[in-house]
Design a protein around this ligand. Structure first.
Ligand code: CO
Ligand code: CO
Ligand code: CO
Length: 344
C-alpha cells in the first residue's frame, strides 16, 4: 500500500501551529520560573530556552512537532527533524541529543509508514550530529512527528531575538513560500519542480548557516517558521527594542509562489499571522498584496534571519554561498525604534 500522509491532514507543518494571538492569551497565565541560571526563557519569544550549567556550558532546549507537510513518510520525518533541530542552530548552539515525539494512528496506517517517519528523522538527526536516545508515542489522529532537542552553547555566545542593533543589516538564508507551495499543491496547481524545491529547502539543515553566524560573531537571530518572515521579524524587533525594515522586493521566493497568491493559494495561517502582527507594522504604500501575504506565509523549516554589522555583509554572503546557501540575501536593516516595530 502506497501511503499518502497528506490525505490525513488539513493543515500540515508549521501552518498547524495555534495562532500567535491565542498563544499569547495562554502564556499570560503561565508563571515564569526564576533562576539566575536561566539565560533565555519565554519572555523574549526566542526559539529555545537556554540554561547555564557552568561558566563554559549552557544547555539549549527546544521541541517542535507537527502534522505531515508531504505525502511520503520518510521525507516527512526528515523535514520534521530538520525543523526541530533548527531552533538550536538559531540560538547559536550545537545540537547534541534528541527524543522522538510521535503521534500515530496505528489502526489507520501500516506500521511501515510509522517506521519510515522515524527513519527519516533518524537520518536527518544523524546528518546534524544529533543522537536520538529515546522518545514517546501516542495513538492519535492525524499523525504528528517531531523532536525534543538538547544542544550545547557557551553561555556568552548565545544568539537571541534580542541581539539586533540599530544599523545592522538583516540576512535571510533561505527563500520563503513553503506555505503557499503546499497550499497550491493540495489544489493541484504546483509544478513538480516547485514542490521538489520546497521539499529540498525544508529538509535542508540550518547547520551551515549557523556555522557562518558563529564565525562572524552574530548575536541576533531567529529561524523563520510558523509565524512567517514578518511574524518572526516582529518578535526579533520587540525583543531587541529596535525597528526592523524589510524590503520584500529583495526577498527570494520559491518557484512560482508569488503568482500562486493570485490563484488563492494562501493558507489560513497567513491571515492569522497578519491579524496578530498588523498593529505593529507599517506597510509601504507600494507593497503589493502578493508580497504582503508572502511576508506572513507560515514557513516549515525555514531559513535563519540574522542581524549583522553592514561592513561584514559582503563576507558573510560569500561564506554563505560557499556553504551551499547561494540563495541567502540581505533583505533589510535594523534602525532605532520609530513608532512601529516593523516596516514592510
Ligand atoms: Co524557531
Ligand atoms: Co520552534
Ligand atoms: Co534565537
Amino acid at each position: 500500500m502506497k501511503v499518502d500522509l497528506l490525505q490525513m491532514v488539513e493543515y500540515g507543518g508549521c501552518s498547524a501551529k495555534i495562532s500567535p494571538k491565542q498563544l499569547e492569551e495562554i502564556l499570560k497565565y503561565l508563571p515564569l520560573p526564576r533562576d539566575p541560571n536561566i539565560l533565555v526563557d519565554i519572555d523574549t519569544h526566542d526559539d529555545a530556552g537556554v540554561y547555564k550549567v557552568n561558566d563554559d556550558l549552557a544547555l539549549v532546549l527546544t521541541t517542535d512537532f507537527f502534522p505531515p507537510v508531504c505525502s511520503d513518510p520518510y521525507e516527512f520525518g526528515q523535514i520534521a527533524a530538520a525543523n526541530s533541530i533548527s531552533d538550536v542552530y538559531a540560538m547559536g548552539g550545537d545540537p547534541v541529543l534528541a527524543l522522538n515525539i510521535m503521534m500515530f494512528p496505528a489502526a489507520k496506517l501500516p506500521m511501515e509508514a510509522y517506521a519510515d517517519i522515524l527513519k527519516g528523522g533518524f537520518d536527518k538527526a544523524t546528518e546534524a550530529g544529533v543522537r536520538i536516545i529515546g522518545g514517546h508515542t501516542i495513538n492519535d489522529f492525524p499523525p504528528k512527528y517531531g523532536l525534543a532537542v538538547v544542544g550545547y552553547v557557551h553561555p556568552e555566545k548565545v544568539i537571541t531575538n534580542a541581539g539586533a542593533k540599530p544599523g545592522d543589516s538583516l540576512i535571510l538564508t533561505k527563500p520563503i513560500g513553503t506555505g503557499v507551495i503546499l497550499a497550491g499543491h493540495r489544489l493541484g496547481m504546483v509544478s513538480d519542480d516547485d514542490l521538489t524545491e520546497a521539499k529540498r529547502l525544508m529538509k535542508l539543515l540550518n547547520k551551515s548557516g549557523a556555522e557562518v553566524m558563529k564565525k562572524h560573531n552574530i548575536r541576533g537571530a531567529t529561524d523563520i517558521t510558523g509565524f512567517g518572515l514578518a511574524g518572526h521579524a516582529l518578535k526579533m524587533a520587540r525583543a531587541s527594542r529596535v525597528s526592523l525594515v524589510i524590503k520584500m522586493k529583495d526577498v527570494l521566493f520559491i518557484g512560482n509562489s508569488y503568482h500562486l497568491i493570485d490563484d488563492g493559494c494562501i493558507p489560513g495561517a497567513s491571515f492569522r499571522n497578519l491579524e496578530y502582527a498588523e498593529k505593529d507594522i507599517d506597510f509601504a504604500s507600494d507593497l503589493d498584496y502578493n508580497l504582503k501575504m508572502l511576508a506572513f506565509d507560515a514557513q516549515t523549516s525555514g531559513g535563519l534571519l540574522f542581524s549583522a554589522p553592514p561592513e561584514k555583509v559582503k563576507n558573510i554572503l560569500e561564506d554563505l554561498k560557499n556553504a551551499g546557501l547561494s540563495e541567502s540575501r540581505e533583505i533589510g536593516l535594523a534602525i532605532p525604534f520609530e513608532g512601529k516595530f516593523l516596516y514592510l
